[in-house]
Design a protein around this ligand. Structure first.
Ligand SMILES: Nc1ncnc2c1ncn2[C@@H]1O[C@H](COP(=O)(O)OP(=O)(O)O)[C@@H](O)[C@H]1O
Ligand SMILES: [Mg+2]
Length: 246
């Protein structure tokens, strides 16, 4: 199962991805987290993993990825085979407590170019992943909807949108629901960092409130660990609710 975690910047994508990944690992699932955010560097800390080497480098760097001919054969040229989670070369994976992490690629320096290669790589890697029935892959997307534009969501089984209490999140929920619908993917929402009053306003404003799986309040411990870059080991009933629902 491939779960795409998306939403606006700062809504809590990486936090929810980490908590959910750890929950699935506790349930004995083989878990792979794909860091698809080229800009931010917090996810590996939340997972308690080292930052892995950019997977883009495995494919000859951005130039290598982008020089692959476009089209149906591009997949085979890039990888030439199908990958089980355990096949990913050790140099490009880090692991902590049963959760493996791969980072598609980060922007490290000013002027190094756009992130198109990362999208191309994700799009070519995901369909070649050979998953066992109980494997869980969580993609921590970059903010916004570019992953839809890139076609990455076509390879997800479920789209989870994290929504913080903001007008932007409410509007984005509408857009993501339509985009998910247009490619026949189920879209679920998680309200994050909202108090009871904000939650109820959000439930009233959401285009499809029946798709809201749960709501997490702003939690002091999560915020503190986020600030210090410490691993998130908090267990919350809402997270196991999400895992059950999916
Ligand atoms: N439920 C929560 N309670 C308190 N702080 C949270 C919660 N969810 C996320 N945060 C904090 O909000 C900030 C953004 O979260 P993050 O997961 O990095 O967002 P994103 O990946 O969407 O950019 C971080 O400082 C994080 O610790
Ligand atoms: Mg993030």
């Amino acid at each position: 199962m491939i779960i795409m975690v998306c939403g606006k910047g700062g809504c809590g994508k990486s936090t929810i991805t980490s908590l959910l990944a750890k929950e699935y690992a506790r349930r004995g699932r083989q878990v792979l987290v794909i860091d698809g955010d080229e800009s931010n560097f917090g996810l590996h800390r939340q997972l308690g993993c080292e930052l892995p080497r950019d997977f883009t480098e495995y494919c000859g760097g951005r130039r290598g990825v982008m020089s692959t001919p476009k089209g149906a054969d591009a997949r085979d040229e890039l990888f030439g085979r199908r990958w089980k989670i355990g096949d990913i070369p050790a140099d490009y994976v880090t692991e902590h407590e049963g959760v493996r992490l791969v980072a598609i690629g980060k922007i490290h320096e000013a002027g190094e170019g756009c992130a198109c290669a990362m999208g191309v790589l994700e799009k070519n890697f995901l369909p070649n992943l050979l998953l066992e029935e109980k494997d869980v892959v969580l993609i921590d997307a970059e903010a916004g909807v570019e992953h839809f534009g890139r076609g990455v969501d076509n390879f997800a089984d479920v789209i989870l949108m994290v929504a913080d209490p903001s007008y932007e999140s409410v509007r984005l929920a509408d857009k993501i629901y339509s985009m998910g619908n247009s490619i026949n993917k189920p879209v679920y929402f998680i309200i994050n960092k909202a108090d009871a009053e904000q939650e109820s306003v959000m439930r009233e404003s959401f285009p499809h409130p029946e798709q809201i799986l749960t709501a997490l309040p702003a939690d002091k411990e999560i915020l503190r660990k986020g600030l210090l870059g410490e691993p998130l080991d908090t267990q919350l009933p809402q997270i196991s609710q999400i895992a059950d629902a999916i």
